[in-house]
Structures are given as C-alpha cells and as structure tokens.
Ligand binder design. Structure first.
Ligand code: OXD
Ligand code: MN
Length: 586
C-alpha cells in the first residue's frame, strides 16, 4: 500500500511502474520487520548470504556480477539541456535522446520482479540541510544498503508532505549488460536513472548520484557546496574540538583519516579524533559567518582491502555487526577476509567470484574494490555531533591526492582564492574504485572529477564566489601522504601518524604557529611538526617538505593543458593564480 498521498510521488511511481512492469510494488516503511523479511528473501534467492551470527551478528555478504564491481565513469552522464552546462569533464547526451535510449532498456525490465519504493533523506530528517529522495529499485541489496547509508522510511514521506521537492531515482538491474549500463543524471529535472548495474556506487542513488552530482548542481543554485569530503573533529586536551573537511579521490584513505587514532604521545595528553563523515560533506554558511558542514549519509561504504587493526581499527570494529560485505572472501566458518586484513589468508575459503580459492594461487581472494557497508552508529569514534541538524563549524579545508613526487607532505594556501586554485590543480594516481587503468596520474580537481554535476569551470567560479559569502572563512591546505623514495616505498608512515600534520593544520587555523612562505604557499617549519615517537627523522621530514621547482614547472604545463579545456569558463582568478605560481617558480 502506498505510504504517501503525495500526488507527485504517486504519479511518478505509476509512470515508472507502467514502463518497467514489475509484478508487485512494495513501499519501504523502514521497519525492522520489513527489512528482516527482505533479508530472509535475499537469503532464499542467494542475493544475500547470512554470515556467522555469533562472530558477525546481523552481517551479510553480497556478490555483484563479475563485470560489475566498480563505478563506470565512461557510462556516467550528466544530461543537462545544454552540453556546455555539463562541461568538458562530463559525458553528455541530449536529455531527450538519452531518455529514449533508457526507456528502451527499462521497458519491461522489472517483469517477474518486485519494485521497491524507498523514501530516504540525505541529512537528518527535518534539518535545514536535509534533502529527500525516492529510489525505485528491483534489488533487495539496494533496499538493505539504503537502510544503512541513509535515513530511510515513512517519516521521510511525512516530512515531504505534498511537496514536489524530492529527487527521483530509478534503478533496474535489467540484464546487467555492461554494454548497456548507464548511470544518468538529469540535474534540471531532479532525476537519476541507473540501469544494468548492481554495484553500490552505481545503484545506491543517494550517494554519488544524489549527494554529489545532483547536490553539487543544487548547491550552486542555492549557494552552498556538496563535496567529496570527510569531516573530522580534532579534540585537544582542553576539550576544544576543531573541525576539518578533507577531499581526497576515491580509495585514497578518507575513511582511514576520518577514523584516525592519534599516536600514544597525543592520546596520553588527551587528544582525540571524532568522525563526522568519511566521504561526503554538505557545507553551508551559518548565521555566525562560519562554514558549517554535515555528513548527509548515515553509514560508511568503505573499501575493505587494506583495512586492518593497524590501518583502521575503528573501521574494523564498525564492521563487526549489521554490516553488508560485498565481493570479499567467505571463509569456511562463514566469516569474511580480504587482502591486507591480516597475514593469515584462510584455507578452504570462497573468493569474491564465488569459487573455491587457494591463497597460494597468487590470485587475489577479495576484489580490490570490495566494500563494507556499515552503520555510522557502529563506529567507536563517531562524533557526538553526528546527528546535530546544524552540523559542525569547519576551520580547515584540506585537499590531497596520491602523488609519488611533486606535492609536499603539507602546505597552506595564501588566501581563499589561492586555496581554490590549489583544489583545482589536484592530481592523483587512479585506484580500483572506478573501472580503468590503476596508478595513472590524472587531474582530479577537489576530488570531484567523477562527481561534479555541472561544468567544472562554473564549479570553480562557485567556489570563488562562496568565498565572498563566508565572512569567517576556513583556511585551505593540501596534503600528500603518498610520497615515495627511489625504491618506491612510502616515506611518510601515514595512518595514525597523520595526526601530526592535522595538528599543524589546526594550529595554523587558530594563528598559534608560524610558517615559511615558498613558491607554492606556506610550508611548516620542520621543527613545528611533532615527530616524537614517529620514527621519522628531521631530515626525512625536510625531504617530505621539499618543493622541487623543476617538477613544479612541469606540473604547471599539465595544469595549463587541463585548464585549456574549459575555454571561457575558466575563472580569471585561477588564470591569475597560475601566472603567480609560474612567476614564483622562475
Ligand atoms: C566511493 C568512491 O565509493 O569514491 O566513495 O568511489
Ligand atoms: Mn568517495
């Protein structure tokens, strides 16, 4: 039975059902009874596998199709009416033409299946940040995942009332045909359409599709920002908590940084890190003139490989209950394993493809982009402000990428404008989070290359304009944990040790510490980064902070070529910043 009398919702559900022709329509109310029944159905069909109830209570395993394990950027479209509004970094097709193509794929796609109608909220229901969505899907995996990743259920319809102001999302698994897989956004129509995929990043439509692509478009119209950023709070021994929002490309350690456990010398003094979010931040100017942020999600969709007791004990603890694992190894005792969890790969286990797996075969057991989907509330360091409808005030914005050379461990921009430039020139080596070659350096401005729902040139201008609306602006920084030595080994220990850099960053925000100006911005004085107990020498730190002018001159050439793509959409302020950098490097 329909859970709302909202005519806009009812008409649209009826229209989509007429096209996809499901056998049944089930409205999701968000109750545990309904979710339990769906999980039971998923176990019966094999869509979900129940895990060891004693060791992993409430946990399940899901396997996606072998050809469907990551976001498909080449099949992701922004179908604005004008091509120019999608810009040179997005795939575009005329909206009507795309709609015709999609209709052919959706027609009858849910025959013999059930259509689930999922009302969900990004952000705390009723908060000034919250935006509502309705996703139609024929996948139980999607329903149970949305129950973790969003605030889902009938209270969303109550909050929506009669309003037409919701994001429409249609997902059909169809035949999982990779050649006809499409992830399509119609920003001007508040609509998302996904077909022929079952991989989380392509089908949990509240996440990348809504909370980043559509929301970034809405943010420009409504003067706020939707960003690919973690949010963390750093508590000092006086009990003051200072908040940082940080953008890194996919699979570059946002979840690890967001849940960081400080080294012993910090913990013993009373320092703590609180996690507000690990992937997405919505930022608005508060009445007090500061920039305030919420995490619109309600769970974590984290990369499993490499998560272990050293890299991220908090994430590991988070995944011990009520978690969905995707494409990991299933052990003989119905628990899970992935590369980098420990040094004891299980015998007699099943790999991510569902085949018996021999750890000595040289083949990986878990897919490199295998995931956990876990409730935020499970996280031992979840911020007490997680559900605060006003969000948290941001002192620092941090950009960062995976760069073997060039970018120093940390530097600070000189101004908001320079900070926007620093974000716009971000580059990073690609990872397994998206289909394509891994380890290739690509420009990924603000870590938003795959997620900006409109022309990136307009997006930069929006960032510059936002600076004029924030009287008390956060300071902007860049970090790089991934510099390597001549033998390809990481120089900086990373993980919990990143606390040392975060401390410098917040000290800079509160004018508690000086810095050295160089060609690219402000660098720490080596003695200002606390290395006690890190095993890193002052000399090593000095090398991590080195700015090689020859490499940076090469970098400016890459930036110029990238900027050229944007033609007249490139903001003058960024051109200006590029010339300043070129001059400084002479
Ligand atoms: C993610 C991604 O899943 O960025 O967060 O791919
Ligand atoms: Mn992400």
């Amino acid at each position: 039975m329909a859970l709302t009398a909202n005519k806009h919702v009812l008409d649209w559900v009826a229209e989509m059902a007429a096209m996809t022709q499901p056998d049944r329509i089930v409205w999701i109310d968000g109750s545990e009874e309904q979710l339990d029944a769906l999980r039971a159905e998923g176990f019966a069909t094999g869509e979900l596998i129940k895990l060891n109830e004693e060791k992993l209570p409430g946990c399940v395993l899901h396997r996606s199709a072998l050809n469907d394990v990551a976001r498909v950027e080449d099949r992701t479209f922004i179908c604005s009416r004008k091509k120019e509004d999608a810009g040179p970094t997005n795939n575009w097709m005329d909206p009507n033409e795309m709609l015709e193509k999609l209709k052919a794929l959706y027609r009858g796609a849910m025959k013999g299946r059930t259509m689930y109608v999922i009302p969900y909220s990004m952000g705390v229901v009723g908060s000034p940040f919250a935006k509502y969505g309705v996703e139609l899907t024929d996948s139980i995996y999607v329903v149970v995942s949305m129950a973790i990743m969003t605030r889902m259920g009938k209270e969303v319809f109550e909050a929506l009332g009669e309003s037409p102001d919701f994001i429409k999302g249609l997902h059909a698994k169809a035949s999982l045909d990779a050649e006809n897989r499409y992830i399509v956004h119609f920003p001007e129509e508040n609509t998302i359409m996904s077909v022929n995929s079952g991989y989380g990043g392509n089908v949990l439509l509240g996440k990348k599709c809504f909370a980043l692509r559509i929301a970034s478009y809405l943010g420009r119209k409504e003067k706020w920002l939707a960003e690919h950023m973690l949010i963390l709070g750093l508590e000092n021994p006086n009990g003051e908590v200072r908040y940082i929002a940080a953008a890194f490309p996919s699979a570059c350690g946002k979840t690890n940084l967001a849940m960081l456990i400080p080294p012993e010398i910090y913990r013993s003094k009373g320092y703590k890190v609180w996690c507000v979010g690990d992937d997405i931040a919505w930022l608005r100017v508060g009445e007090d003139g500061r920039l305030w942020a919420v995490n619109p999600e309600n769970g974590f969709f984290g990369v499993a490989p490499g998560t272990n007791a050293k890299s991220n004990p908090n994430a590991l603890e988070t995944t011990t209950r009520n978690t969905i694992f995707t494409n990991v190894v299933l052990t003989a005792e119905n628990t899970v394993w992935w590369e980098g969890l420990d040094k004891n790969p299980p015998r007699g286990a099943i790999n991510w493809k569902g085949e018996p797996w021999d750890p000595d075969s040289g083949e990986k057991g878990a897919h490199p982009n295998s995931r956990f989907t876990a409730p935020a509330k499970n996280c031992p360091c979840i911020s007490p402000e997680f559900d605060n409808p006003k969000g948290v005030p941001i002192s620092a914005i941090v950009f960062g990428g995976r760069r073997a050379k060039t970018a120093p461990l940390v530097y600070q921009s000189r101004s908001w404008q320079h900070g926007v430039f620093v974000g716009s020139i971000m580059a990073s080596e690609t990872t397994a989070a998206a289909v394509g070659e891994v380890g290739v350096v690509r420009r990924d401005p603000m870590a938003m290359l795959p997620f900006c729902g409109y022309n990136m040139g307009d997006y930069w201008q929006h960032w510059l304009d936002m600076g004029n609306h924030i009287p008390n602006k956060p300071k902007i920084f860049n970090v790089n944990w991934f510099r390597t030595d001549d033998s390809g080994q990481f120089i900086w220990p990373g993980f919990g040790e990143n606390m040392r850099v975060l401390e410098w960053i917040v000290s800079r925000c509160f004018d508690e510490i000086g810095a050295e100006e160089c060609a690219i911005g402000y660098l720490p004085r080596p003695e200002d980064i606390n290395l006690e107990g890190s095993g890193v020498s002052q000399d090593t730190l000095r090398s991590l902070l080195e700015v090689d002018k020859a490499l940076w001159r090469e970098e400016t050439e890459g930036i110029k070529t990238f900027y050229e793509k944007f033609g007249s959409k490139l903001p003058k302020a960024l051109e200006e910043e590029l010339s300043i950098l070129e001059n400084n490097l002479k």
